[in-house]
Design a protein around this ligand. Structure first.
Ligand code: DHB
Length: 305
């Protein structure tokens, strides 16, 4: 038998597949269902400082090799979201990553503090949503100094291990990675969605998404994600959760070989169904067996050796 378990900041995952933020992450019921389906860890949809409706439909459009989405960071009152997180933590048997965002540096600290009271296994800060520029200005994650200030603020407000989720939409992701590590981040997840991109309906002559632009995810962005994880691994010592276009065991192995200790799966859950976690794990085990690997550690960052 091969050992596919992995460890992030001392927290053990029975396998490296993680439900990425943004899908099936709003209710305890859906998160528990994902855990029962075999995910090694689950991530909530990003919680915010105030109730938000999000964008009007259409918020998602399929393209070749992936999807564009502009959900608009909808969330309930923080109290309500935290209550749901509490319920999730009570019933679940895998680590839970609580994703959140703020509108100002101070707000990131405040919401982190509130979420930490119910003790999720990790916090994941979303400084990389590509869809809400108008209200929030430039995404925080594209500015190394701002990313550092947010990381510091959260680390001063919480003792829960902090994952900082980076955007690929920067000219130098190494600079951002270094900056958040120096400011106390315990782990990096990368990448958030690419773009934003745009799709126009040629019959109406209008953009399909109500927000016009949406973050691109799915297999089309995998090579960008692999390159980002590779560069981040070269730059920092903290562990990496690799996300972006993973839909089978081979994709997960490639991401792990790029330097990830675990892999996030989002669009493939939407596209292929909830049994994707078990299928990826099975393919990973078969590969390890046939290639004579006994532990996942032997695959991590193999492309750097
Ligand atoms: C949304 C948030 C994200 O971080 C992302 O990558 C795509 C969409 C959203 O809620 O709109």
């Amino acid at each position: 038998m091969v050992d596919t378990s992995t460890s992030i900041c001392g927290v053990k995952l029975k396998n490296p597949t993680v439900l990425a933020s943004g899908i099936l992450g709003v209710t305890a019921a859906s998160l528990l269902r994902v855990a029962r389906s075999g995910a090694g860890a689950v991530t909530t949809k990003s919680m915010g400082p105030v109730k938000r409706e999000g964008h009007k439909n259409p918020i998602i459009v399929e393209v070749e090799g992936g999807i564009l989405n502009a959900v608009g960071l909808p969330c309930p009152e923080p109290g309500e979201a935290i209550e749901e997180l509490k319920k999730t933590l009570k019933g679940i048997n895998v680590p839970v990553i609580a994703s959140f965002y703020g509108r100002t540096v101070e707000e990131f600290g405040e919401i982190a503090e509130r979420i930490s009271e119910v003790k999720p296994d990790f916090l994941e800060v979303n400084i990389s949503c590509p869809n809400v520029r108008d209200e929030f200005g430039k995404p925080f994650g594209s500015n190394a100094e701002l990313a550092a200030r947010i990381t510091e603020e959260i680390k001063n407000s919480s003792r829960i291990p902090l994952i900082v989720k980076l955007t690929p939409n920067v000219s130098d992701i190494k600079e951002i990675a270094r900056s958040v590590e120096d400011s106390g981040a315990d782990c990096i997840s990368a990448i958030n969605s690419l773009g934003p991109g745009m799709v126009i309906d040629i019959e109406t002559g209008k953009p399909i998404l109500s927000n016009k632009f949406g973050g691109i995810s799915g297999p089309a962005i995998k090579p960008v994600a692999i390159r980002c994880v590779y560069e981040i691994y070269e730059t920092v010592e903290i562990p990496i959760i690799g996300i972006g276009g993973i839909q089978n065991g081979g994709d997960a192995i490639e991401m792990i070989m790029a330097g990830a200790s675990a892999v996030g799966i989002g669009t493939a859950v939407w596209k292929r169904g909830i049994d994707i976690f078990e299928r990826i794990c099975l393919e990973l085990e078969e590969f390890m067996q046939s290639h004579k690997y006994s532990h996942l550690d032997e695959l991590i960052a193999k492309s750097h050796q």
